[in-house]
Design a protein around this ligand. Structure first.
Ligand SMILES: Nc1ncnc2c1ncn2[C@@H]1O[C@H](COP(=O)(O)OP(=O)(O)OP(=O)(O)O)[C@@H](O)[C@H]1O
Ligand SMILES: [Mg+2]
Length: 297
């Protein structure tokens, strides 16, 4: 098999910033540096940050920019090997045994049905055993939602880019995927897992970047309106809210205002559309106060 095209690999931090920018993802140099290092030393990158700061989108834009396949594993409580890595295709195995087993020697048939063609490949196996021209980006999204046993299972994959299948042996990646894990700290991820990854905390963007993100994600919103909304959300993030708005909320809020024909983020207009950014009843009152304060000269 041909080696994947190294020429496709971005050569500098600026190149990464540009590549992501071309896919509507505006990142700072720190994140771009973390990505470049992950690519260069072939280590998984663990992106942590509050909800809606652009963790998932970073992986998506990166895959698009590299021309790589995005293989996404969405984690959840109770996720297991069968959903994440592989499963034996029992129905097919049974059928095979029925068709062949009666005619041929039974031991051989049993060996046969634990061959690769009887495997149902789930995202992790798909990423490890890939034959892509450009190695895929494997996004293990929201790892903090999975259980600790699942984390333990990931260790081999993250350290060796390999999966052991008892009946088949160890499958090792010829061209390791670029692995991005994300989490938003619903629980602390184990040190053993962190040790196998590079780590980067994605913070909220500064005002200028947030305005630029709104403009890129919602081109129908004017610079002025986008700026006003970004200023308000940044202010809301300083409050002790149950859930502070992320970047996605800023974009939605600006969109909501524009959709109603507002060209100005007046307190009345902001209140009317607040559901785009504030999603907890407990936070409504405090947010309204902050909006009123923000409007005062
Ligand atoms: N740096 C950025 N450049 C462009 N768009 C961004 C950026 N950050 C966030 N966004 C926007 O915010 C949206 C939400 O981002 P994303 O879904 O990646 O957040 P997340 O960190 O994965 O959140 P969660 O923890 O809830 O999964 C994106 O779809 C995108 O529109
Ligand atoms: Mg996400």
């Amino acid at each position: 098999m041909n080696a994947p095209a190294d020429a496709a690999q971005p050569a500098s931090v600026d190149a990464i910033v540009e590549l992501l920018g071309a896919h509507d993802y505006l990142c700072d140099r720190r994140l771009a540096t973390a990505i470049l290092v992950a690519m260069r030393i072939n280590k998984p990158l663990f992106l942590e940050g509050e909800a809606g700061v652009g963790k998932t989108e970073a992986a998506r834009a990166l895959a698009a920019g590299l021309g790589a396949r995005l293989i996404r594993l969405q984690c959840y409580e109770g996720i297991d090997l069968a959903h994440a890595a592989y499963e034996w295709n029992y129905a097919r195995q049974l059928l095979h045994i029925r068709l062949v087993g009666e005619r041929e020697d039974r031991v051989r048939t049993e060996q046969d049905v634990f061959g690769p063609e009887f495997l149902l490949r789930r995202p992790l196996l798909d990423a490890i055993d890939n034959h892509d021209q450009v190695p895929p980006v494997l996004l293990i999204d929201e790892i903090d939602r999975s259980d600790e046993e699942f984390e333990a299972f990931l260790l081999e994959i993250l350290a060796d880019y390999a999966i052991s299948i008892p009946e088949l042996g160890t499958i090792r990646a010829e061209h390791p995927p670029l692995v991005i894990l994300t989490g938003n700290r619903t629980r602390e991820v184990h040190d053993a897992l962190k040790r196998r990854c590079l780590y980067h905390w994605i913070d909220y963007p500064d005002l200028e970047r947030e305005v630029a993100i709104v403009r890129v994600r919602a081109p129908e919103v004017s610079e002025r309106l986008g700026r006003q909304v970004a200023e308000v959300t940044q202010r809301l993030r300083g409050l002790d809210l149950y859930k502070v708005p992320g970047v996605a909320e800023t974009v939605d809020w600006a969109r909501a205002l524009a959709a109603l024909g507002h060209t100005e983020a007046t307190p009345a207009a902001l209140r009317e559309t607040m559901g785009a950014a504030i999603k907890h009843q407990e936070d409504l009152e405090r947010a309204e106060e902050a909006i009123a304060e923000h409007a005062r000269p």
